[in-house]
Ligand binder design. Structure first.
Ligand code: IMP
Ligand code: MG
Length: 191
């Protein structure tokens, strides 16, 4: 059975998101050891869309932005561990300070794949900033340099995160209600 918006309840408010994103912006800006001209913010589409749009407004204006897209779940029911580029960056990153911006680190499989794939392109540095982390689901541990919130093992939507392509434009993060998660059929990527 498919879930609807009423199956979700608020988890992280708009105000909490705004505050944390501003803090992350200062944290990242403060940690730049070379001019912001050398920083490339790399958004992982589509999930990082909203988070990235807000975060970069708290970074110096001289930075550049690029995007890529991964597909991590093939076949539907469970993460296969097979991650591919759906599309890649438009510019080389050799010598650049790369900041990967992701919505959520869940199993860690996508970011383990991506960080390795980008490292071989010889950036000067590469760091990972993720809005959310679900440590209970870790299959591959990935180094997170900047983290918004650690969350419990619940399926979440909003602020860029989707359920079957929808609800990315919610202005806050909502989680599947526990009674619904336990009572209804399982989610596609929630084995
Ligand atoms: P991974 O399991 O760490 O490889 O995460 C793969 C991708 O699954 C993430 O980048 C998200 O796009 C998506 N994902 C994981 N957990 C959730 C969730 O709770 N809601 C929506 N998308 C999720
Ligand atoms: Mg994602």
């Amino acid at each position: 059975m498919a879930y609807t918006l009423s199956d979700f309840e608020p988890m992280i408010t708009r105000a909490q998101l705004e505050k944390r994103v501003r803090e992350l912006g200062s944290e990242i800006t403060g940690s730049l050891d070379r001019g912001p001209e050398n920083l490339v913010a790399v958004g992982v589409l589509k999930g990082a869309l909203v988070f990235m749009a807000e975060l970069i407004r708290h970074l110096p204006p001289q930075i550049t932005c690029d995007f890529l897209r991964l597909s991590s779940y093939e076949g539907g029911t469970e993460s296969t561990g097979t991650v591919r580029f759906d599309f890649d960056l438009t510019q080389p990153i050799g010598g650049k300070d790369v900041l990967v911006i992701e919505d959520i680190v869940d199993t860690g499989l996508s970011m383990t794949f991506l960080m390795k794939a980008l490292e071989v392109r010889n950036p000067r540095s590469i760091r990972l900033c993720t809005l959310l982390h679900k440590p209970a689901r870790t299959k591959k541990k990935v180094k997170i340099d900047h983290l918004g919130f650690t969350i419990e093992d619940r399926f979440v939507i909003g602020y860029g995160l989707d359920y079957e392509g929808r609800y990315r434009n919610l202005d806050h993060i909502a989680a599947l209600r526990p009674e619904v998660a336990n009572g209804k059929s399982r989610l596609k990527n929630d084995p």
